[in-house]
Design a protein around this ligand. Structure first.
Ligand code: PMP
Length: 396
């Protein structure tokens, strides 16, 4: 019924043990093939990329380049430019700083955003760029009508999350993309919480920029991706590796991703990210999505049934990911999380989830407790969390 054998999958994750890990939205674990790829790099061919001709650099260059191809194919983005970054934050900042802004330009974002998809746009105020922040409805869905209304002739870009890392709601990105295309506005999608958990296809989404993190999709830390339909931004970093030719007073930037990856990149990380993509594809994103959807429903239903527990989640299973925020009446979220760790060996996140404006908007001054799932999460783990939260609520 799982669609794939979770127990077999769990054997690939050497870190898994006698604890329940429900913080994959902050960071996922890496399976053995990803770890092995790093070791192989260190033990067999560690070298810089795109520099020189010796055998190690040839292997490293080929694999690093191939990893870009794998990631591009994974998101259906072969036709665009796939740049490796440190993380989602860097990817979003590269776009915010790389577009050529004029005073009076406007950017639209939403109240759902992670600070990383808010602060880079807010900082553009220095260049005279104004920011409009769109709210959400009672059911946590994005206020699409308000977004449409907010677009003016001077709106240049809409920056929206595909799935909220705080309350798990999925946004109607395809519809937003249609609106943006009609109005000649660029669309950036923060896919940090969608790419690891559901099939994401650029061809269907129709955005201009897609940003996500490798460390949330089984990849190494310090890896992320900026996909662009076209290379329309200026590189924020200049230097080695990003040029075709340099003369005394000019340079010709490299074609493709190279232009945006100045300096020695995270070679092992990039190669590892390619292996993470192989791993996800071998299981299948549809299957992963169904597995997580089923467990998410089980978790929301279980927690909602507990007296004194309030769950903040969209009702429609198709409009939510495996990120479930909740609170226990009269107990601080950090206290709940600490109890879960110390008394039940359950690791969850607590606090604002880097979404402080959203927490304020929802009237949650202390934030929430957040359980987030992954492909290696089991039904039994969900039940352990429900039971432990039940204990806390009864003792309140
Ligand atoms: N956006 C969303 C939706 C996220 O969940 C996160 C990570 N919590 C980020 C952006 C930032 O990602 P990173 O820390 O990898 O830059």
């Amino acid at each position: 019924a799982e669609g794939f054998a979770v127990d077999a999958v769990r054997k690939d994750f050497p870190i898994l043990g006698d604890f329940v890990y429900l913080d994959s939205a902050a960071m996922s674990f890496s399976p053995e093939p990803v770890v092995a790829a790093h070791l192989e790099f260190e033990h067999r061919y560690r070298a810089n990329v795109g520099r020189g001709v010796h055998r190690f650099t040839r292997i490293a260059t080929q694999r690093y380049w191939h990893a870009h191809e794998k990631v591009a194919r994974f998101i259906g983005g072969d036709a665009g430019v796939t740049v490796f970054t440190k993380n989602t934050t860097e990817a979003i900042n590269m776009v915010a700083q790389g577009l050529c802004w004029k005073p009076g330009d406007r950017v639209i974002t939403t109240i759902l955003e992670h600070h990383s998809n808010l602060l880079p746009w807010r900082a553009l105020a220095r260049q005279g760029v104004a920011l409009d922040v769109i709210g959400i409805n009672e059911d946590y869905s994005l206020d699409l009508a308000a977004l449409e209304d907010a677009i003016t002739d001077t709106t240049r870009l809409v920056a929206v999350t595909h799935a909220s890392n705080a309350i798990g709601v999925v946004t109607p990105v395809e519809e937003i993309a249609r609106i943006c295309r009609d109005r000649g506005v660029l669309l950036l999608v923060d896919a940090a919480q969608s790419v690891p958990h559901m099939p994401v296809d650029i061809g269907r989404l129709g955005c201009d920029f897609l940003c996500f993190s490798g460390h949330k999709m089984l990849g190494p830390t310090g890896t992320g991706v900026l996909w662009m339909r076209e290379a329309i931004i200026e590189p924020s970093l200049l230097g080695g590796g990003m040029i075709e030719t340099v003369t005394e007073d000019a340079y010709v930037p490299a074609e493709g991703y190279g232009r945006y990856e100045a300096g020695t990149p995270n070679v092992a990380g990039g190669i590892g990210l390619g292996v993470a993509v192989d791993y996800l594809e071998a299981i299948g994103m549809e299957k992963i999505r169904r597995h997580e959807e089923r467990l998410t429903t089980r978790l929301i239903e279980g927690l909602s049934a507990i007296d004194g527990v309030r769950v903040y989640a969209p009702k429609d299973p198709a409009s939510r990911i495996g990120v479930v925020s909740f609170n226990v009446e009269n107990i601080h979220p950090h206290e709940v999380a600490q109890y879960l760790d110390e008394e039940a060996e359950i690791l969850v996140r607590s606090g604002y989830h880097c979404c402080q404006p959203l927490m304020e908007y929802l009237g949650l001054p202390d934030g929430t407790v957040r359980a987030s799932l992954s492909l290696y999460t089991t039904e039994q783990e969900i039940d352990l969390l429900i039971a432990a939260v039940g204990e806390i609520a009864r003792g309140r």
